[in-house]
Write a protein of this length. Structure first.
Length: 119
């Protein structure tokens, strides 16, 4: 599974951005799709994820500000980020957990998209 993320950029504090990630690949069933982020000098952390049935998890730091959604027909996951803060500055990575037709579980990572929030 290949993941192509887009939508990052430079935004002022309080602004909004929407990230998108498209998954491509054949012979797989994509289960969970999500977004992680990694700030300089910090570990990669889960921001939000969503199952194929629409169940979501969001980290406490983004609850009430970020929303994750998914279009299964397009194999696309979105992260709507509102009320952005400088501490949201990080490289955001898309992730997908999937199962192949041979019933093998695996995961893929996107290339990362930079989000920079200026104060």
């Amino acid at each position: 599974v290949q993941l192509q993320a887009s939508g990052g950029g430079l935004i002022q504090s309080g602004g909004s951005l929407r990230l998108s990630c498209v998954a491509s690949g054949s012979g797989v069933i994509i289960n969970v799709m999500g977004w992680y982020r990694q700030a300089p000098g910090k570990r990669r952390e889960l921001v939000a994820d969503i199952t194929s049935r629409g169940s979501t998890r969001l980290s406490d730091s983004v609850k009430g500000r970020f929303t994750i959604s998914r279009d299964n027909a397009k194999n696309t996951v979105y992260l709507q980020m509102n009320s952005l803060k400088p501490e949201d500055t990080a490289v955001y990575y898309c992730n997908a957990d999937y199962r192949t037709i041979w019933n093998k579980q695996d995961e893929s990572w996107g290339q990362g998209t930079q989000v920079t929030v200026s104060s």
